[in-house]
Design a protein around this ligand. Structure first.
Ligand code: NAD
Length: 352
């Protein structure tokens, strides 16, 4: 099958493309605009694979998107392209509305036209997987049960509001036009190739530089963490075996307060670096983010019971491997930070 992956040069997208190339026979059409968050270096090893075709394109360009469906005879879509950083959505929401809402609309329209023109088995096999976040459900109190697929939408940040809007569009294209759409809502991901503005890489890099580690508020916000490899396996399973029109929540049953996680990461860095003073001493509390959700937690019993998915990465070991990856892949993040990006704009309690 030929799968169109959007956002395949980003954090989750590049991990997904690598898995698809290494573990399946699918042809992958990887469409990415290469915004600040997209990096071809994250695709090292698979970029020039004969089954991988990278196209630099903007999903806001409806004409270009339509052409890609025709030119490559797309068999299914895994849509990950998005503006993804909560802090940036507060500083400048416009691009989030453009890409996350209008860009998703463009893709749905192009997919619909393509699918309506398809015939027979090809049309029956076609699916559009829309990849989304648990943040659309809003915030939980400490002892609330986790979000289920029927939890009401209550987004608080411009990022989560635009993702919620795109989820509604995706569902509407299924319900109104019959396009076989599946939606996933996943918790925070961790792993290799995550852009160094997100929590886990920020903490590791600040430890390396012996700079203050900024933690929002008192670090009490709670997030559920899942290894990106487990998320990618879940996405492949939903695309292959999920029921069209359904939503699947994906989570790791792995809740950490930001402060506990930052402390763990400090300890893991110190195991390797043995700095003169504990990295934990670098933790600095900073003014909380406006509208900061207290807790996200996912009830993933549907995907577990219906599709047999479960996370394979063990909890602390996954974080340990991630720390080791950043410590041993300096050239990857140094190239990013050496360019137009600066550690200065890095917050610490953002989505993943
Ligand atoms: P990311 O920011 O690392 O990557 C996004 C990619 O999309 C980048 O490569 C970027 O260049 C590309 N892109 C942005 N705008 C584009 C446009 N207009 N046209 C084409 N490409 C464009 O994000 P991520 O963390 O890999 O997240 C991927 C998807 O998964 C997003 O939809 C996000 O909402 C969702 N998600 C992320 C997490 C997480 O913890 N990171 C959790 C749940 C869901």
């Amino acid at each position: 099958m030929t799968i169109l992956v959007t956002g395949g040069a980003g954090f989750i997208g590049s991990n997904l493309v690598r898995q698809l190339i290494e573990e399946t026979d699918h042809e992958i059409i990887n469409v990415d605009k290469l915004t600040y968050a997209g990096n071809l270096s994250s695709l090292e090893g698979v970029l020039n694979h004969p089954r991988h075709h990278f196209i630099q394109a903007d999903i806001n360009n409806a004409e270009a998107v339509g052409e890609i469906f025709k030119q490559f005879e797309i068999g299914s879509v895994m849509h990950l392209a998005a503006e993804s950083h909560v802090d940036r959505s507060i500083d400048g929401p416009q691009q989030f509305i453009q890409t996350n809402v209008i860009g998703t609309y463009n893709l749905l329209q192009a997919a619909l036209h393509w699918w309506q023109a398809m015939k027979g088995e090809q049309a029956r096999a076609f699916r559009f997987l829309h990849v989304s976040t648990d943040e659309v459900y809003g915030s939980l109190n400490a002892d609330d049960p986790g979000f289920t697929e029927t939890s009401p939408y209550k987004p608080h940040s411009p990022y989560s509001a635009t993702k919620a809007a795109s989820d509604h569009l995706a569902r509407a294209w299924n319900d109104t036009f019959g396009l076989p759409v599946l939606i996933t809502n996943c918790s925070n991901n961790y792993g290799r190739f995550q852009f160094p503005e997100k929590l886990i890489p920020v903490v590791i890099l600040k430890c390396l530089r012996r700079e203050p580690i900024p933690v929002y508020g008192r670090g009490e916000n709670i997030r559920d963490w899942l290894a990106v490899s487990d998320h990618c396996r879940a996405l492949r399973l939903v695309l292959e075996k999920g029921r069209a029109g359904e939503t699947y929540n994906i989570g790791g049953n792995n809740e950490w307060s930001n402060l506990d996680l930052v402390r763990l990461l400090c300890r893991l860095v110190d195991e390797t670096l043995a700095p003169p003073s504990p990295s934990e001493d670098l933790i600095t509390f900073v003014t909380d983010r406006p509208g900061h959700d207290l807790r996200y937690a996912i009830d993933s019993s549907k995907i577990r019971s219906e599709l047999g998915w479960r996370p394979l990465e063990s909890k602390e070991q996954g974080f340990r491997e991630t720390v080791q990856w950043y410590l041993t892949h300096r050239s990857w993040w140094e190239a990013i930070l050496g360019g137009q990006h600066s550690l200065q704009r890095i917050g610490t309690a953002g989505k993943a």
